[in-house]
Design a protein around this ligand. Structure first.
Ligand code: MN
Length: 341
């Protein structure tokens, strides 16, 4: 079967590998039908994702159809449409014992530390498969994975109706977070450097927007929060100065959520955190949020239609990654498709 492997940074190859077979652990064989390309996949391709190891079959936004089930694969049958959990955890370590397998001491993420979904078939445990409602297409369904990341950050933030949220960054991550945050909280400020992204954020329910290039960020934040600062800030831009800016902007007793993966040191000061008793919390991947995202789809709280802007067949993955590098403004979500779908 065909697969897309990042051999080493910058080197993408369409390879032929043996079709997986099911066993006791990986007791469901999935025929892939759609796989999203995420910023982190692009990072692995370019060698800027510190977590990735090579060579790697990437792809963690994995949608497919059950082809074969083995012993213990209760609740699944041939022909079921599913999305596959990207997180695998050991179940025995301290974080797992606290129900936090997304930061398992032995965490293995499909498409990052172990092979992922840019291949025609993948064998996984039944517990890692989530049934898709009929109302969503396979291509739109890849967006459930970024949605789970957004739900995780809002959960870590303990976002509530009366919170005043400052969302820093209106790119792909920020857009997903805004979509979820909007269902939880009424007052949202979105900051970015691009006017068109800010306009889209307004249309998606942001109460205020700030262009950090042309406006005085801290002054505007104060103005829009009646002088006190937001109760919650989420960093969806993850640039070098964003943490310090959010520590400055956030009000007393607030929560600041980080999502970046940069290992470059940045300067912050303890006074901001201590004097305001800020909770600075990381949000990584997602912790059992697929069920929640799918429930939101079913009850109509969440609509993911129209997120996909382009599709490429798996064999043309190089073209898809080159197109992403072109930064064409028409790009939203790009999805790899498979023969016959
Ligand atoms: Mn993703």
């Amino acid at each position: 079967m065909k697969a897309v492997q990042i051999v080493s940074p910058g080197q993408l190859k369409v390879i032929d590998v043996e079709k997986p077979t099911i066993d006791k652990v990986n007791n469901v064989l999935i025929r892939m039908t759609a796989a999203g390309i995420c910023g982190s996949d692009v990072g692995i391709y370019h060698g800027t994702n510190a977590a990735a190891t090579y060579p790697r079959i990437i792809g963690h936004e994995m949608v497919g159809v059950v082809e074969e089930t083995g012993e213990g694969a209760e609740g699944l049958k041939r022909g079921d449409r599913v999305i596959v959990n990207q997180v695998t955890s050991c179940g025995n370590c301290y974080p797992c014992s606290r129900g936090r397998g997304n930061v398992c001491d032995h965490l293995k993420v499909r498409g990052v530390h172990i092979d992922g979904g840019y291949r025609e078939f993948i064998a996984v445990p039944a517990a890692d498969c989530y049934l898709l409602p009929d109302s969503i297409s396979d291509q739109d369904a890849v967006m459930i994975e970024p949605t789970t990341i957004a739900i995780q950050s809002c959960t870590r933030a303990e976002l509530e109706k009366n919170d005043m949220l400052l969302l820093y960054g209106a790119g792909a991550l920020g857009t997903s977070i805004l979509r979820i945050a909007r269902t939880l909280c009424d007052h949202i400020i979105v900051a970015d450097i691009m006017d068109d992204k800010l306009e889209a954020a307004k249309a998606a329910g942001a109460e205020y927007t700030i262009n950090t290039k042309t406006e005085d960020f801290l002054q505007k934040v104060r103005e829009y929060t009646h002088g006190r600062g937001p109760t919650v800030s989420i960093d969806a831009a993850c640039v070098s100065n964003s943490l310090m800016l959010l520590l400055e902007a956030t009000g007393n007793a607030g929560r600041v959520i980080t999502m970046g993966f940069s290992t470059a040191p940045v300067e912050v000061n303890q006074f901001l955190i201590t004097s305001k008793e800020l909770d600075v919390r990381g949000s990584r991947l997602q912790n059992k949020m697929f069920g929640c995202a799918i429930e939101m789809l079913k009850d109509g709280t969440l609509d993911l239609t129209g997120s996909v802007s382009h599709t490429f067949p798996l064999e043309r993955a190089q073209e898809a990654f080159d197109f992403i590098d072109s930064r064409d403004p028409s790009i939203r979500k790009i999805v790899l498709t498979f023969d016959g779908n």
